[in-house]
Design a protein around this ligand. Structure first.
Ligand code: XMP
Length: 515
């Protein structure tokens, strides 16, 4: 089979918050790109056979003790190298130039004056706006380099050793605030490294189908379907590759949203034609959760029960060898910058995760993809948009949105309120722009008045946040009319609710879920 990964750009990560963005920009240009830590051994880099290397930015100063350095030998590999910000300073340092602290930290937009518009700055005319974020500057250029661009604050904002294909940029071409950033990166990827734009989702799909078939052979594969984007795309992909050899298991834990079970069953059986096994374990989960109010205890119980149900289903089929999982690229990048602190705060990612002792061989066909690429792949396979653009939903489901005790009655109140939130947010055209929007049922009752009657009922809290990855989040400034409509509808239509409040906390210091 043709390897579609023959033309690759390697991004070495020095800890910049933009490192992932660099790899994504390269992939958007239809060239495959991977991120590796700055100290990746030369042997591993050689084995990867990149057609070009990009050194990312980073928070350090090259002259600091312990500053991250890469092997000088990467410059002898005879491939073009682009250093961005810290990457440029490192290049300067390694080639005998001088880096010094700038008098003024430069942050934000700057006018780049182009002094030599060949190479990486080709086709950009006399100048363009660029995004700067640095405290160090190039004082003396390294040997073999010439300055090709400057800004009012940086005499060397772009430099190149044209003969060798080495370039340094003080600014960030990967961010949207550099309007011609893509053209600059394209110059590097296509003209300087000589890559061709051949990495498309169609080619990835064919490549992936071939790989799955080769790995699985005639054996059976099992997977857990949640109805979320990743598990849906994995199941559809594996099913395309090996058909009925894939058994998808959908567990109803009794903690799903209104109409969810019917929707998922219908989609998977009717539209996507998966070999689906439905395990209705709602009663078991609710019984185990009876009287439990501690959030971590809830998570533990749900995680444990999920594994039990799944194992029971798997044991019915002793011939299953593989487990397909929707692991994504950001989960596997071995890097210095993406280790988020939140994993230790709640035990999320164990819920819905399956134990290694189950002795399945893993297949993780999405482990090379970013989330937005997973959506493109899903679209390529005909998965409907309303699935591909679903907001994330936690494994423990409504259990972590019902504060206090979980009962059938309280689940129903939350389901009804949540359905109204979903409907109104969608009607307002905000669903895709919001990371998550949902209702939370609080463990307090408050006094109200309806008609001439005094009421003593439940409170619903509304939560809507924007986020890139769930690690940090900001509350959404929802329009007042929308908040008013949500409150009116929930209080009028959901029996047992007489008050609605809006959560205006960001993460950190709060979290997205209330439990
Ligand atoms: P927090 O509440 O920690 O949530 O700010 C961050 C993201 O993770 C989701 N979340 C979970 N997902 N099992 C999951 O599968 C969990 O136990 C869990 N807890 C939180 C949450 O919805 C948000 O997207």
């Amino acid at each position: 089979m043709k390897d579609i990964h023959t033309e690759k750009i390697l991004v070495l990560d020095f800890g910049s918050q933009y490192t992932q963005l660099i790899a994504r920009r390269v992939r958007e240009a239809k060239v495959y790109s991977e991120i590796m830590p700055y100290n990746t051994p030369l042997g591993k880099i050689k084995k990867f056979r990149p057609k070009g290397i990009i050194l990312s930015g980073g928070p350090s100063s090259v002259y600091q003790k312990g500053a991250p350095l890469c092997s000088r030998k990467i410059f002898d590999l005879n491939i073009p190298i682009l250093g961005i910000c810290y990457g440029m300073q490192l290049m300067t340092h390694l080639f005998g130039g001088k880096v010094a602290r700038a008098q003024k930290r430069e942050y934000g937009k700057a006018e780049l004056f182009i002094d030599n518009n060949t190479g990486i700055l080709k086709g950009l005319g006399d100048g363009t706006v660029v995004w700067m974020s640095h405290g160090d500057k190039i004082d003396e250029m390294p040997e073999g380099f010439v300055a090709i661009g400057h800004t009012p604050n940086s005499p060397v904002a772009a430099m190149g050793n044209v003969r060798k294909g080495f370039y340094g940029l003080q600014f960030h071409p990967e961010v949207v605030h550099t309007p011609k950033g893509s053209e600059i990166l394209h110059n590097f990827i296509f003209s300087i490294c000589g890559c061709s734009p051949s990495w498309t989702m169609k080619s990835f799909l064919d490549y992936s189908l071939g790989n799955i078939r080769k790995a699985v052979g005639k054996k059976k594969v099992i997977c857990a379907l949640s109805g979320g984007v990743d598990s849906t795309v994995v199941a559809t992909l594996v099913s395309r590759a090996v058909g009925g050899q894939l058994i998808s298991i959908f567990v109803n834990n009794g903690l799903l949203r209104k109409g969810e079970v019917e929707k998922v069953l219908n989609l998977f059986s009717e539209t996507l034609h998966l070999n689906l096994k439905y395990a209705d374990a709602a009663d078991i989960f609710l019984k185990k959760l009876d009287g439990v109010i501690d959030p971590e205890q809830k998570r533990k119980i749900i995680g444990r029960e999920f594994i039990r149900v799944f194992e029971r289903e798997a044991k019915k089929r002793s011939d299953v060898v593989f487990l397909a999982q929707g692991t994504l690229y950001p989960d596997v990048i071995e890097s210095v910058s993406f280790k988020g602190p939140s994993a230790t705060i709640k035990t999320h990612h164990n819920v819905g995760g399956l134990p290694t002792k189950m002795k399945f061989k893993l297949i993780e066909p999405l482990r090379e993809l970013f989330k937005d690429e997973v959506r493109v792949l899903g679209k390529e396979m005909g998965i409907p948009d309303d699935i591909l653009w679903r907001q994330p939903f936690p494994g423990p489901g409504l259990a972590v949105r019902i504060l206090g005790e979980i009962t059938e009655g309280r689940l129903n109140i939350l389901r009804e309120a949540d359905a109204i939130v979903l409907e109104e947010i969608k009607a307002a055209g905000l669903y895709r722009d919001i990371w998550q929007s949902f209702a939370v049922l609080l463990p307090v009752k408050t006094v109200g008045v309806m008609g001439d009657e005094r009421t003593y009922e439940n409170v619903i809290a509304l939560r809507a946040v924007t986020s890139m990855d769930g690690m940090t989040a900001d509350w959404v400034k929802l329009p007042y009319e929308l908040l008013g409509r949500l409150s009116n509808r929930i209080i009028n239509e959901v029996k047992g609710v007489n008050r609605v409040v809006y959560d205006i906390s960001s993460k950190p210091p709060s979290t997205i879920e209330w439990e």
